[in-house]
Each structure stands twice: as structure tokens, then as C-alpha cells.
Design a protein around this ligand. Structure first.
Ligand SMILES: N[C@@H](CCC(=O)N[C@@H](CS)C(=O)NCC(=O)O)C(=O)O
Length: 212
């Protein structure tokens, strides 16, 4: 039995696919998303009642959701992969950055995608205001991230880490890339390095075939 990854094109499952490619672990991909009832949504709900992707089921049946946690676990299981740097300072930075993105950026994208979850039954104008403010907040969060997590040349150091993968995927949404390219042009080049890395290029091309 191999690993099973629940995911969808253009979603956060791209991060776990990239990591699984880096650690060279084969996996079965199941197309599932809460916004696509024709996908394997019921199956996803059985393993993750929140119906969020990525969700990864290990060979022994252990279910993992939460992108940062999955990436950390893969890094721990595959110490030579560089997902988590070996040196304590580099590892601490990567762990801090992973939780920063999950707690701040990814969570804010959830509000942008589903404003009705924080403001039930919003009028069109109310929903628009929630989305606009959340989007501006997201861009501020990325600015603070860029200022505190230098790329040298990768966020994890000499080689791409779990943090590089998650930052590159989560910055794909809600105008974050154009914002960062304008606000932090030199720093934002790290995304191209990650997307063009041999271990990841096929994953990014499949998930975002035409996007710059
Ligand atoms: N906290 C989760 C968030 C995952 C998440 O929001 N995934 C999105 C797709 S990129 C999703 O499945 N959203 C559907 C929903 O919330 O109903 C993580 O860090 O992995």
C-alpha cells in the first residue's frame, strides 16, 4: 500500500506533491475538493471531516492534514532530503516560517475564499469589504514574511526546504505574487528558483500550467 494524497489542481496539495517528489516517495493521488462535489469528496470527508486538502494518508493508515505538519513529518522521516535543514538555526527558521505561513497567510486566504464563514449571511457589500481587507492584510503578512526570512539563495539556505515549498505554493493565490514582485522584487525571485528546481518543476507546471 502506498501513500494516498487527496488534492486538486491549483490547490495546496501541490506543496505535498513537491515534497514527496523531493523525498522520492511514490503516492496515489485522489482528486478531491470541498468545492467540487463530483470529486472524491465523500472519501476525503471520511479521512478528514474538515474536507480540506492537502490530506495525506500514510501506508499504515495514519491521516495527516495541515500542510505545515505534513511537511515537517516528511522532513523528519527523510532527514537527508533537506526539507528540514540539519543545522539547528536553519531548522528553527524553517519551522518558524512554516507555522507563520499556516497561521497567518493560509488562514487569511481561507477568509478571502469563504467570507461567509466569518460573517454569516453577508450582503454583497459586506462580503466585498471582508475580502478586500483580508487581501490587504494578506499582502502585509507577506511583506513581514519577506523581511524576516531572507533567501540565500533559498529560504532554507543552500537548498530548497519545506519552507520554500510552502511559501511558493501559498503565495500563488489572492494576488500575493504580483504584490510581492512589486513590493519585494529581489526577494520574490526565490519563487522562480523553487518552481524551476528539477524536483518541483513538473508539479508546478501541472498545477499552474499557464500562470507566470
Ligand atoms: N490549515 C490547512 C488549510 C488547507 C486549506 O485551506 N486548503 C484549501 C485548498 S488550498 C481547502 O481545502 N479549502 C476548502 C475548504 O476549506 O472548504 C493547511 O494548512 O493545510
Amino acid at each position: 500500500m502506498s501513500l494516498t494524497l487527496y488534492g486538486y489542481q491549483g490547490s495546496g496539495s501541490a506543496a505535498i506533491e513537491a515534497a514527496l517528489n523531493l523525498v522520492d516517495r511514490p503516492y496515489q493521488l485522489v482528486n478531491a475538493a470541498s468545492w467540487d462535489p463530483a470529486s472524491s469528496l465523500d472519501e476525503l470527508k471520511r479521512v478528514n471531516p474538515l474536507a480540506q486538502i492537502p490530506t495525506l494518508v500514510f501506508d499504515d493508515g495514519t491521516v495527516m492534514s495541515e500542510s505545515a505538519a505534513i511537511l515537517i513529518e516528511l522532513g523528519l522521516r527523510h532527514p537527508a532530503s533537506g526539507l528540514l535543514p540539519e543545522d539547528p538555526a536553519g531548522r528553527a527558521t524553517v519551522l518558524r516560517g512554516l507555522v507563520y505561513i499556516a497561521a497567518n497567510c493560509y488562514a487569511t486566504i481561507g477568509v478571502i475564499d469563504y467570507p461567509e464563514r466569518v460573517l454569516p449571511g453577508p450582503s454583497e457589500d459586506e462580503a466585498k469589504r471582508v475580502v478586500q481587507r483580508s487581501r490587504a492584510r494578506l499582502h502585509e503578512l507577506w511583506d513581514r514574511f519577506a523581511d524576516q526570512f531572507p533567501a540565500h539563495p533559498f529560504l532554507g539556505g543552500a537548498a530548497p526546504s519545506a519552507l520554500d515549498i510552502l511559501a511558493t505554493v501559498v503565495s500563488k493565490w489572492s494576488g500575493s505574487r504580483p504584490h510581492l514582485r512589486a513590493a519585494r522584487p529581489a526577494w520574490a525571485l526565490v519563487f522562480e528558483k523553487v518552481e524551476q528546481h528539477p524536483a518541483f518543476v513538473a508539479v508546478f507546471e501541472r498545477h499552474w500550467p499557464q500562470q507566470p
